[in-house]
Write a protein that binds this ligand. Structure first.
Ligand code: IPE
Length: 260
């Protein structure tokens, strides 16, 4: 059985500074994954390698004018470079892995990722090589291009590979009732269901063209089932991902019951 892990852009990059890679954190997380001994598929976000230019050039609206085109190419370049750095850390940690650029392997239609049977992902897994997918600009049959978030990729992979657990690694301890970075009395939810989600504020303090924590929790609720937990865990806390992968109880938020 496999565990599907997303390394969020907020933990692998500094989201406020264009193209800033958190190599130490990523290196440690890769070692934690290796140490767990688990079979994994990895997705990562774009962080400041994607969101900064995507917002500046309104990339998620699809093709509007030729001026966006160089920005699309630049973002594709930037996120591929980020992915190479992630894969480099995985290989150094002893995990044979390969970057599978979403926009080079798949297309979208009206922002829906067309994954078919995910053959490249399947075949690398058969070889014992961990596929690493990532949020990317992807050509779109209707819009010309659009942004495919790591969360969308996670949903497709979860449908296709039926993982035993889905893990979102972020820079916060889990889901709070208020923004923990600005509100001192913010309370962490151990578990969330669709009722709780409705009450959660949609505010977030960093520019993010694909939505903040709330959107991630929504995706998580769609991905969990009776025998599959979806967990949001803080990757900046040393050893927490490792403990979670080992089945220990850790500080995190677990999505339960699906979307109602
Ligand atoms: C965004 O991917 C992709 C681009 C902006 C090109 P994600 O939405 O999954 O990235 P993070 O995790 O929020 O940074």
């Amino acid at each position: 059985m496999m565990i599907l892990i997303k390394l969020g852009g907020s933990v692998i990059t500094d989201k406020t500074r264009y193209r800033t890679f958190n190599s130490e954190v990523v290196g440690r997380l890769c070692h934690e994954i290796k140490e767990s001994g688990k079979d994994v598929v990895i997705v990562h976000g774009a962080g400041s390698f994607g969101h900064v230019l995507a917002k500046e050039h309104d990339i998620n609206s699809g093709f509007k004018n030729r001026e966006q085109v160089p920005a699309v190419a630049q973002i594709c370049y930037d996120v591929r470079e980020l992915s190479s750095m992630v894969v480099s850390e995985l290989i150094s940690a002893g995990i044979p892995s390969v970057s599978v650029p979403t926009g080079s392997c798949f297309v979208m239609d009206n922002r829906e990722l067309i994954f078919d049977n995910g053959e490249p992902v399947r075949r690398f897994r058969d070889l014992g090589i961990v596929p690493v997918l990532f949020g990317d600009v992807v050509t779109d049959r209707s819009l010309g291009f659009a942004i495919c978030s790591g969360d969308q990729i996670m949903e497709k992979l979860a449908e296709l590979f039926d993982p035993e657990m889905v893990v979102f690694v972020s820079d916060i301890d889990g889901l709070y009732d208020k923004n923990p970075k600005t509100e001192r009395d913010a309370m962490l939810y151990d578990e969330v269901d669709s009722g709780i989600l409705k009450e959660v504020s949609t505010k977030h303090d960093v520019d993010d063209v694909t939505g903040g924590v709330r959107a991630k929790m929504e995706a998580m609720l769609r991905m969990c089932s009776d025998n599959r937990d979806c967990v949001l865990v803080n990757g900046n806390a040393e050893g927490r991902l490792l403990d979670l992968l080992r089945g220990e109880k850790v500080v995190c938020t677990t999505a339960k019951g699906g979307i109602l």
